[in-house]
Write a protein that binds this ligand. Structure first.
Ligand code: BGC
Length: 385
């Protein structure tokens, strides 16, 4: 045996152990750019971020939209954990913001109206009487610019210049979102926004997660924990009344891990289900744990942390089987869940909510991290949740 054999043997054992741990050989991290069609006469590109550990995120320049996210299950097999379409056409048709970056103000503004610096603005209304997710043509329906961010982690920056008056909003607003696969197990989203006039800003990502894989079933068996003692009570059009109500003793109580299906019927609403903003515990502006999701069959778990003070937990209530997505799967009610980290809905009309206003010349920064792991069979809780 040569003196170098033990080292080589150790290296082989280490490589085998790594391969066994993740179920596949590690490769190099990379970012590829592929053509993905055209929207409004503009070319749309798809960026494929592949991490050396195997995780893959696909993001297109239309809407800075996450179209696919592959993470390993308990056996190490990669599977896609977000809803979406195989081609651009699906996204160009009427669809419920699958994977999109939404803004200028995500979530609702009552009657699309607010007063800022003594002027009352009327925005586009696109959700009954209200303004939703930036209006008729929000950030989700425009083609963004993109550039690869150099560095060891796969990372792409998407930027969009939203002109003064777009959808009724004041000010030229430059928004960027950087998608990064960090630490081989996190999808990290960093937002930066600047403006030349005071304007409301509340950008978020609208991915619908299905950790078991959408071809296997819906999300009612997913076990959710939320780091939230209170939620914002809403009226029939999902506009907050202003009340922050304790979750204790209500179907909103996810302080301990709870299957989504357990109390969903008691939530009410039309259609029935979760579509509420929860008040994240912890100091605003710092990275706080938002919550976690666990899918017992695949073993996949996702932990969400964010600098945002709220999270809209949406259980896919409006999905109704009329949309067929990737791999030919029909998306029925409760087929995906969204955890939209954000300022509270209609903050422009509630003085007791953290303000949406971005002052001219200042910078809005926001970070949200989705961290993926697997848990053994039978274990529903993990970490603090
Ligand atoms: C809203 C839902 C809406 C969904 C898709 C969610 O953020 O809260 O009410 O149906 O987005 O538009």
């Amino acid at each position: 045996m040569s003196p170098r054999t033990p080292a080589r043997l150790l290296a082989t054992i280490a490589l085998f152990a790594l391969t066994a741990a993740v179920g596949r050989p590690a490769g190099a991290s990379k970012v590829e750019k592929l053509p993905f069609g055209q929207a409004g006469g503009k070319a749309v590109d798809l960026y494929v971020l592949t991490d050396s550990g195997g995780m893959v995120a696909k993001v297109m320049t239309y809407g800075a939209t996450l179209t696919e996210l592959d993470t390993p299950d308990r056996s190490g097999d990669l599977g896609d954990v977000v809803l979406g379409f195989p081609t651009l056409d699906g996204y160009l048709a009427k669809e419920p913001y699958f994977g999109a970056t939404v803004g200028r103000v995500g979530n609702r503004i009552a009657r699309g109206r607010f007063t800022l610096d003594g002027h009352t603005y009327q925005l586009a209304t696109n959700d009954g009487p209200n303004h939703l997710h930036g209006g008729l043509k929000g950030f989700d329906k425009v083609v963004w610019d993109a550039e690869v961010v150099p560095g060891p982690a796969p990372s792409v920056r998407f930027t969009y210049l939203s002109p003064d008056g777009e959808e009724g909003y004041p000010g030229n607003c430059r928004v960027s979102v950087v998608y990064t696969i960090a630490n081989s197990d996190e999808l990290r989203l960093d937002y930066t926004v600047t403006t030349d006039r005071d304007t409301p800003v509340n950008v978020t990502n609208h991915s619908y997660f299905n950790l078991g894989g959408a071809e296997k079933g819906g999300i009612l068996g997913h076990v959710v924990a939320l780091n939230a003692d209170r939620y914002t009570v809403v009226d029939a059009t999902l506009i907050p009344t202003g009340e922050l109500r304790p979750v204790k003793g209500t179907p909103m109580d996810f302080r301990l891990p709870t299957a989504i299906g357990e109390h969903i019927k008691e939530v009410g609403g039309n259609p029935v289900g979760y579509d509420h903003n929860f008040v994240v515990n912890g100091p605003a502006g710092q990275l706080n744990l938002v919550g976690s999701v666990f899918e017992p069959n695949s073993g996949r778990a996702m932990e969400v942390s964010s600098t945002e003070p709220g999270v809209q937990f949406y259980s896919g209530n409006f999905l109704d089987g009329t949309i067929t997505g990737k791999r030919g799967v029909t998306y029925r009610q409760y087929w995906g869940l969204a955890l939209e980290t954000q300022h509270f809905p209609d903050a422009m009309n509630h003085d007791n909510f953290l303000s949406d206003v971005l002052k001219a010349g200042t910078t809005y920064r926001s970070t949200t991290i989705y961290r993926f792991s697997v848990r053994p069979t039978g274990q529903i809780a993990g970490g603090k949740n």
